[in-house]
Write a new protein. Sequence first.
Length: 117
Amino acid sequence: MFDYIIKLVIGDVEEKREYKQMMKRVDSLPKEYKFAFGKIQHYMYSIGPLNGDMIIFTDLVDLFESSAAEGRQVLEVIGSDVGKFCDEFMQASITNTETLREKLNKEVAEKFNKEGR
């Protein structure tokens, strides 16, 4: 009960730690990538709930880091229609989540069907 109250009042400490680590990675990106990340993050938070899921942003940082290391310009990566890029990036994340959900449901159903329940 105490853990629940602490989490409710100050939030998930581990999530905050992960967020800070991710933002340090963002800060080390080239300026154009850092700017684009901030705008994309704001857009994604504005248009819909991400359920506190930072995986999508971690994936975006991974993409930006590897693209910057290859010497690519940010617009080569995200294109000129940044909103479309964001929508497709989020849809890909949702598709992955749905796939995991389907796998979970299948595994649980198989377990209980084998046991005859």
